[in-house]
Design a binder for this molecule. Sequence first.
Ligand SMILES: *Cc1c(COP(=O)(O)O)cnc(C)c1O
Length: 352
Amino acid sequence: MSRYWSDVVGQLTPYVPGEQPRLARLVKLNTNEHPYPPSPRVLEAIAAVDGDALRRYPDPESSELRLALARRNGLQPQQVFLGNGSDEVLAHVFQALLKHDKPLLFPDVTYSFYPVWCDLYNVSWRAVPLTADFRVDPAGYSGGNGGIILPNPNAPTGVLLGLDGIRRLLVENPDSVVVIDEAYIDFGGESAASLIPQFDNLLVVQTLSKSWALAGLRVGAAMGDEALIEGLQRVKDSFNSYPLDVLAQRAGVAALEDDAYFGRACQRVISSRERLSAAMARLGFEVLPSAANFIMVSHPAKAARELFAALRARGIIVRYFDRPRIDNHLRITVGTDAQCDELLAALAEILG
Ligand SMILES: *Cc1c(COP(=O)(O)O)cnc(C)c1O
């Protein structure tokens, strides 16, 4: 606390990201990064950037990358918004589209950044409980609200809501913006972007951080009706005209051009997830059905907090959330098969 801080800063409870330890030997399964590097074309595109390109400001509209994303999703560039990671995109979404008199709704177990942005922008909100088996029940969201936001698949559970469930949210809440945060959609779900032409209240948020293996590049996007995108553009142009640097724009385009590499890399993660889930079940874990690049597990005989500490002592880092309903669960990022095997061997030893 400092007397120089504004009231708002003093009252914030910032989001705490998973740790990024410097030790190279660690098995790092705590922040849902892709276990394999991005397409080699990404590095070629970055190497091709010259001093003249860096001397100048980047394209404030990221036109090429916008066009590439629009094409990929059967949309027009005016239906695409870009930001410095989807966290920045989401922050603008909260301010531009989700701040209304009625409360914003999101699941009780979800991305813990949502209430942080509500705090920052003074958005009222209410949590809607997931079912006992951690599914989103669209029925809980009807009856008036200032907006709806949920990750699909949900984080940190990995559980997917089908497109029929999303369509129901859109139909039953025509006066609210429904934001679907698709950070993990490429690991087993179908994007709601195909519904954008039918619903002017749908905003789909995506990122290159997880399935495209580019968390270090910071590229996020929102897609939706032109009027929603214009609202986001107004906030962006009142905040930072150049959220994407030259490297991010060029490398992002190069990544999207290599769809074959992308598909293979995602498929490898999906195969490893299925293998890991089955092996965890054999160790006695309850494993939630995951459509993401992580799994959420609990063990009937050993507290998650103790497992977390015992794994950490062995150089394996997973994520533990000390929060209601999930304080006896661990969220484990799907690594390479070798990393998963190290995890399994350590757990077998810990569980005796
Ligand atoms: C990782 C994640 C994001 C943010 O990703 P960026 O790296 O900022 O693009 C957004 N939403 C969810 C649910 C995530 O897990």
